[in-house]
Design a binder for this molecule. Sequence first.
Ligand SMILES: [Zn+2]
Length: 177
Amino acid sequence: MNEYVSVQQPDKQTFRQFLDIIKDEEVSGKCSKCAFVDAAEKEVDRLRQLVAEDEARLNHAEKEVDRLTALYESTKKELFTQAKARDKLESELAAERERVRELEEECKKYQQWVDDCQADMYINCVYCGHRYGPDDEVPATMADALKEHIEQCPKHPMSKLKAENATLRERLKAVEK
Ligand SMILES: [Zn+2]
């Protein structure tokens, strides 16, 4: 798609008009050369007009190219800046992940230490007083044994909540029917 008019091609209609003028002159006896020069000058004016229009369009297009080039350059700079910022954030994130991993390792060590400390102790449920001791046959750590007990301790607040939960579920089932 080319919006610029080519001024290189003489138009066939104009030539046909010249031929008509010459033919008319042969019939009427008028000066064909004068008429031919007039028509040629008109055609030159028309072509000059087209050239001027093309130049104006070309000027406009050049300005647009300049504008887009400047936009491209600033966008490229902006993308470069953003890429640098992203790289910085990614390395910060990697460092944070490493730090979290280290802290998790440290937590495991402390948990092991707590387990070791409790291994030779008696521990009691503060609600019902149930006692686990070092000689009991418990498969896990004392802390795990205590957690297991809490779930079934009749005096721990969780028991009350579990009972309430069961009642509410029953009621809900009845309502939904
Ligand atoms: Zn208990």
